[in-house]
Design a protein around this ligand. Structure first.
Ligand code: ADP
Length: 396
């Protein structure tokens, strides 16, 4: 009987899942899907590795499934689909590992309590990430569970990189730049040797451009700096998040407009970015196809912010050997890549327009001093791999 590893990524209103099966060459994706609308009109869909629908179910408007209900549906589904498989463990994407976790960790009740202490650091995500871990500990206490953190990969950053210019005691208390999207960066670092030894060994800036967006400066595959900080709102402008903002704006909004923390949170996380500037959409594809002038303006600001942060990370590295684009926009939009690469000409980037239009992987000419690539990320595989390693070899 082959072993399987389930991967869960639980958000506020959805649970994304996948199931990997152990094979000779590593882990093969068997099932992937999601349950969305957990509290409104739940919709469950599961597909095989080729994208064929294996199962689908809809609940009525206003029916609440919640995280616990969703997990029960998934356990049943894995049972149905995984007839000849043994579920060896479950890996969870957990946004925050605090100051402590630089590696994934196998979770028991004590460690779960510790991870709960990081909820104030990521109140919008951490409680939802942890909900399925608690449920599974109750339902199937012997099933190994592993938490994989978005912050862990950046724990290699020097203290100086992690500090704000706040009183030092606050740094010690944990008010520091943690960085996020670490599982994506770690995956990219793990496959870079397949694309270029120079990118793998040298100074490489990875651009994770999805709904959330950030950039990571790597030296020989290790994170030395990134654009996201204490929260996942710092750095680049994103789909609905502001990116870096003068904190004086927040004080102004409180004093002059009477906004409280929740209203400001909504503004910074959900109403800004591409959506807020364009007034059209948070979705890059929609904006690229729009004739609205402010859709164009939003794209201009998106690219300008990347240009500025690229300069900052290049300075942190003392030069750049390679750029790598990943996630929804980075993997799929030749138009945005072309703009970013043109803006990076001063670094020594010479784009190969035909290669970029064709989706790469290599995007630069043979003569280019800085190499650039488009590389699909795979956070789920990274989590499954970590989970496999953390639970160790099969004993029965
Ligand atoms: P998430 O951060 O939610 O995982 P993704 O990495 O899937 O998001 O990225 C979603 C973004 O990628 C959206 O803005 C979407 O419009 C954009 N995107 C996907 N395909 C394309 C494309 N072909 N051209 C431009 N943008 C694209």
């Amino acid at each position: 009987m082959a072993d399987a590893i389930a991967v869960l990524n639980a958000g506020s209103s959805s649970v994304k899942f996948s199931l990997f099966v152990e094979a000779a060459g590593g882990l093969d994706l068997r099932i992937r899907g999601q349950i969305e609308g957990l509290f409104t009109a739940p919709h469950f869909v599961s597909k095989d590795a080729a994208g064929r629908v294996l199962a689908e179910r809809r609940w009525g408007d206003g029916e609440r499934l919640g995280h616990d209900g969703a997990l029960d549906v998934l356990i049943e589904h894995f049972r149905e689909q995984g007839g000849a498989l043994r579920l060896a463990g479950v890996g969870h994407r957990v946004v925050h590992g605090g100051m402590r976790y630089a590696l994934p960790v196998r979770v028991d009740a004590r460690i779960l309590d510790e991870l709960e202490q990081f909820v104030p650091l990521a109140p919008l995500h951490q409680p939802h990430n942890l909900a399925p871990i608690r449920r599974l500990l109750e339902r199937t206490p012997d099933l190994p569970q592993v938490a994989c953190f978005d912050t862990a990969f950046h724990r290699s950053n020097a203290d100086l990189v992690q500090m704000f210019g706040l009183p030092y005691a606050m740094f010690e208390q944990g008010v520091r730049r943690y960085g996020f999207h670490g599982l994506s960066y770690e995956y990219i670092a793990s496959v870079l040797p397949q694309f270029s030894p120079r990118a793998a060994q040298g100074r490489t800036i990875v651009l994770h451009l999805g709904n959330g967006a950030s950039m990571c400066a790597m030296q020989a595959g290790r994170s030395v700096a990134s654009t996201m900080g204490f929260t996942a709102v710092e750095g680049l402008m994103m789909g609905t998040r502001t990116g870096s903002l003068d904190p004086g704006v927040v004080l102004y909004l409180m004093d002059q407009q009477g906004m409280d923390a929740r209203a400001i949170e909504k503004l910074l996380y959900s109403q800004s970015g591409l959506l807020g500037v364009s007034g059209v959409s948070s979705d890059m594809r929609t904006l690229l196809g729009s004739s609205e002038p402010r859709a164009q303006l939003a794209i201009d600001l998106y690219c300008y912010r990347i240009r500025r942060e690229l300069g900052s990370l290049a300075a942190a590295l003392g030069g750049v050997d390679a750029l790598v684009f990943t996630a929804g926009v980075g993997e799929n939009s030749a138009a945005i890549r072309a703009r970013v690469l043109a803006d990076a000409a001063w670094l020594g980037v010479e784009v190969d327009a035909a290669a970029n239009d064709a989706g790469g992987p290599r995007l630069t000419t043979a003569a280019s001093r800085v190499e650039a690539f488009a590389v699909p990320t795979n956070e789920e595989l990274m989590i499954a791999t970590h989970t496999r390693q953390a639970i160790g070899p099969r004993t029965s």
